[in-house]
Design a protein around this ligand. Structure first.
Ligand code: NAP
Length: 285
């Protein structure tokens, strides 16, 4: 029987676990875990994401400080805010909501975030540490995928994991994380040949493509764990990369969209903010 992976419920458990820890830290050390969120401009989707992150902070017992800046802000002004947040000992994590307006250089902005406050895990140093299995702050969506596999006790070691998508924010880091967990990993992309033949060998299939219903029933191995990262707006709905209705009963486990990987991304952001606090207070061994 297929198991539907409930990302919403797992994310709620993670926030609850973090709240217990945050409350204990506040009581014992007087510290409050704080995430600073920088939002530039008036992109409606970005405003929605920032509100969700604020809500998650509240539920995890963290403080969320929002810096909303006009879309015309200069690079210098934005970098000077990042610098202030880097130097503020009360701020544990810094998140710059993407995309930024076109005149702002995203990679320059992200590179300026203190590597120990980089809760998105996008700083080149953290990317390098991840590839060496030394990262403490890992990108949230890939970490959320692996956490779902773990919480559902899906075997990773020795499995064949096929990742469709090779982006820096999802495909590549999830592949690296699964290699570190001793999976045999195949990465596919738009130039891959015989895609269905490869995906249908996967014990774990991660779809991070951005094409609605792209992964069809014939592309999935019987009993596979299917993790759908894709989110594409189709009319008023958010649609995943996997043809969920037709793949469902062939899979062993499957994430729905919405309610699968999406909520985990924000939960792992909270996890990283706690981790950043511990790094800064030298509480990690
Ligand atoms: P991206 O940067 O556009 O990368 C998409 C990847 O899919 C690329 O590597 C591309 O290959 C590959 N691809 C495109 N068409 C393909 C095809 N026909 N066959 C095989 N591979 C193909 O996207 P992303 O940022 O990784 O995001 C992927 C999806 O996940 C999007 O829907 C995004 O909205 C969603 N997402 C969700 C969350 C969440 O929290 N749930 C977070 C991040 C992203 P090439 O490299 O060859 O172009």
């Amino acid at each position: 029987m297929t198991v539907k992976i409930d990302g919403k419920a797992v994310a709620a458990s993670i926030r609850a676990e973090l709240k217990v820890e945050a409350d204990r830290i506040k009581k014992e050390k007087g510290d409050e875990i704080c995430l600073a969120v920088v939002l530039v401009g008036d992109n409606p989707a970005s405003h929605v994401y920032v509100r969700l992150k604020e809500k998650a902070c509240h539920e995890a017992g963290f403080i969320s400080v929002q810096h909303t800046l006009p879309k015309e802000i200069s690079m210098e002004e934005l970098l000077s805010l990042i610098e202030r947040l880097n130097n503020d000992p009360k701020v544990n994590g810094i998140l710059v909501q993407l995309p930024l307006p076109a005149h702002l250089d995203e990679s320059k902005v992200l590179d300026r975030i203190d590597v120990d406050k980089d809760v998105d895990g996008f700083h080149p140093l953290n990317v390098g540490l991840l590839s060496q299995k030394l990262a403490k702050l890992m990108p949230c969506t890939p970490a959320g995928c692996v956490e779902l596999l773990d919480r559902y006790h899906i075997p990773i070691e020795g499995s064949h994991a096929v990742i469709v998508g090779r982006s820096n924010i999802v495909g590549k880091p999830v592949a690296v994380m699964l290699i570190h967990r001793n999976a045999t990993v195949t990465i596919c992309h738009s130039r891959s040949k015989n895609l269905a033949q490869i995906t249908s060998q996967a014990d774990i299939l991660v779809a991070a493509i951005g094409k609605p219903n792209f992964i069809t029933r014939d592309m999935v191995k019987e009993g596979a764990a299917v993790i759908d990262v894709g989110t594409t707006k189709v009319g008023n709905n958010i649609v995943g990369d996997v043809d969920y209705a037709n793949v469902y009963d062939k899979a062993g486990w499957i994430t729905p969209v919405p309610g699968g990987v999406g909520p985990m991304t924000i939960a792992m952001l909270m996890y990283n903010t706690m981790m950043a606090y511990k790094i800064q207070r030298k509480l990690l061994v």
